[in-house]
Design a protein around this ligand. Structure first.
Ligand code: G4P
Length: 539
């Protein structure tokens, strides 16, 4: 009996250890979608025909769901993809490229063990790269950089690395080095193997061409392969690089302090597999996670997971709400009972599935590192823990970002009150928006707070398309929000603030204050001795 248990456990361990779960981030258009599609190609997860379709459809084929994304060409929601490569089981979490969805990105990063950052070689670090990187930094996870589009004229390589170091504050360690760019792109130099892998422009959608490898010491062959000028430049740069760049330090990589950098061209499929192989060697299997009872080890503990994302009406064909969870430990079996800790209920998860863009596959089992989606009748919230029925621990919560933009919502057809309330509440539960009410009134006056203004558009669009409710949004000037920490000790009615301060309450009835500028916050604190304000809701 014991032996069989041990055997089962070691089988879990094997499955868990071959999992790699990472998020992929980039400024829009840097090539995240193209790179993801090429990764999938290696794993055979999508067929060749799928990726050689017309550009417009190919771009949206894999990860975009909502019409609004298609219209604007940005990825609003994030999707999850799984594929097998070289014995590894890889989970890729796509993140929205738009800064207005940085909160969604943060939640997705909570479910990842590392991140891949894609940078356009001719643009360097861009606005969204900076913002998304900051979010990554908050998580302290390892970051692997892929500098893309070397088949086009690129910025100077040393300058690109310098920019990453200065702008993002992370040390870089090139794993390989590009030889020229654009029409003069000759390939990459692999620093570990000390050899040059020559560029072969393969047809879109096909696997990498057979590369010619030449040892850098074999100067004659090198010169005949890439030409004298490129060889001279490379030899000079290699010398500089060996003298100047940071030593490779795996510990620093895993602590998120050093990023390994690879160069390539996702479109022409050069350097993608090299990157994938290096990445898989350096990144980790599912990592232990902190819970209130201590650290939970993926392979030593039985099933546990946490909800990092909730999404309703993802697809018009499936009018439903899905809770996405990251399995943190053990093995999940579709028939087993689990405890939803926050709801204090033991249950079977309803139709657990693996979700790949529009396609859904019912799962029978999954392991730590995997992401599953389950039907949610409205019981789960972001950050909730699931574990075995005999246990009752909670994973660390996922912080909510303070909204920075506010608007009053006016419903145009007052007859549709019920749909309106249902819609806005559901969208708020997904965490895309936060809703507040005037302090002294009920739901008739709703104020919406968002982290990025594009969320307003998503709200309007979704209410119209999913709930058949038209709204008008009136922008409000507030930019700062503060919860009242010591609400029991404060008489809110008597609170005196600046003339531009607004008293509201959140959906749980907690009082809070909205301010136009940070100066007013200080003034209000001065005028109300004993008042304690917080940027976060602790309830
Ligand atoms: P994203 O998900 O990061 O937003 O970028 P995506 O992969 O959609 O790529 C954006 C554009 O860049 C696409 O052009 C894509 O083909 C191109 N691209 C991606 N990787 C490379 C590369 O390595 N080299 C070159 N030259 N181009 C690359 P597109 O389909 O023409 O879109 P659009 O520019 O017409 O919008």
């Amino acid at each position: 009996m014991k032996e069989r248990e041990n055997e089962k456990m070691s089988q879990y361990t094997e499955e868990i250890n071959r999992r790699r779960t990472f998020a992929i981030i980039s400024h829009p258009d840097a090539g995240k979608t193209t790179l993801t599609e090429k990764f999938l190609l290696y794993g055979g997860a999508i067929n060749l025909a799928g990726s050689v379709k017309g550009k417009a459809t190919a771009r949206h084929a894999v990860s975009d769901w909502m019409e609004i994304e298609k219209e604007r060409g940005i990825s609003v929601t994030s999707s999850v993809l799984q594929f097998e490569y070289d014995g590894y089981c890889i989970n890729i979490l796509d993140t929205p490229g738009h800064q207005d969805f940085s909160e969604d990105t943060y939640r997705t990063l909570m479910a990842a063990d590392s991140a891949v950052m894609v940078i356009d070689a001719s643009k360097g670090v861009e606005a969204q790269t900076r913002k998304l990187f900051k979010v990554c930094g908050m998580r302290g996870i390892p970051i692997f950089t892929f500098i893309n589009k070397l088949d086009r004229d690129a910025n100077d390589t040393f300058e690109l690395l310098d920019e990453i170091e200065k702008e993002l504050g992370i040390a870089t360690c090139p794993v390989n080095w590009p030889i020229g760019s654009g029409k003069e792109f000759k390939g990459v130099y692999d620093r570990e193997k000390r050899c040059v892998i020559s560029y072969s422009d393969t047809e879109k959608g096909t696997k990498e061409g057979v590369a010619t490898e030449v040892n850098v010491e074999d100067e004659a062959t090198l010169r005949s392969l890439i030409g004298d000028a490129a060889a001279d430049k490379l030899l000079e740069e290699v010398e500089l690089l060996d003298g100047a760049s940071a030593e490779f330090d795996l510990e620093a990589v895993r602590a998120g302090k050093l990023t390994p950098v690879c160069f390539g061209s996702a479109l022409t499929n050069f350097g993608v597999e090299i990157f994938l192989q290096h990445f898989l060697k350096m990144t980790t299997a599912p990592l232990p996670r902190k819970a209130d009872i201590g650290v939970i080890e993926p392979a030593e503990n039985e099933f546990s997971a946490f909800v990092f994302k909730i999404q309703a009406n993802m697809n018009k064909a499936h009018r439903d709400r899905i809770a996405f969870m990251r399995i943190c430990s053990g093995r999940f079996d579709a028939n087993m009972e689990v405890r939803h800790v926050q709801g204090n209920k033991v249950m079977r998860l309803s139709q657990p599935q693996q979700i790949m863009a529009d396609e859904r596959k019912i799962l029978s089992e999954a392991y730590a590192g995997d992401i599953i989606g389950v039907f949610d009748a409205g019981i789960f919230s972001i950050g909730d823990t699931l574990c075995m029925p005999k246990e009752k621990f909670r994973y660390e919560g996922i912080p909510t970002f303070a909204p920075e933009h506010f608007a009053r919502v006016r419903q145009l057809d007052t007859m549709k009150r019920k749909q309106f309330v249902k819609g806005i509440e559901q969208i708020a539960q997904e965490g895309a928006i936060q809703i507040f009410q005037e302090f002294n009134t009920g739901l008739e006056e709703i104020i919406v707070g968002v982290v990025g203004v594009l969320q307003f558009e998503v709200l309007k669009y979704r209410l119209e398309n999913e709930y058949n409710v038209e709204i008008r949004l009136e922008n409000l000037p507030y930019e700062h929000i503060r919860w009242i920490e010591n609400k029991e000790e404060i008489d809110i009615a008597k609170l005196t603030g600046t003339s531009d301060m607004k008293k509201v309450k959140d959906m749980k009835g907690n009082p809070l204050l909205l301010f136009v500028n940070s100066w007013s916050i200080g003034m209000t604190l001065d005028r109300n001795k004993g008042l304690v304000l917080s940027e976060f809701s602790r309830n």
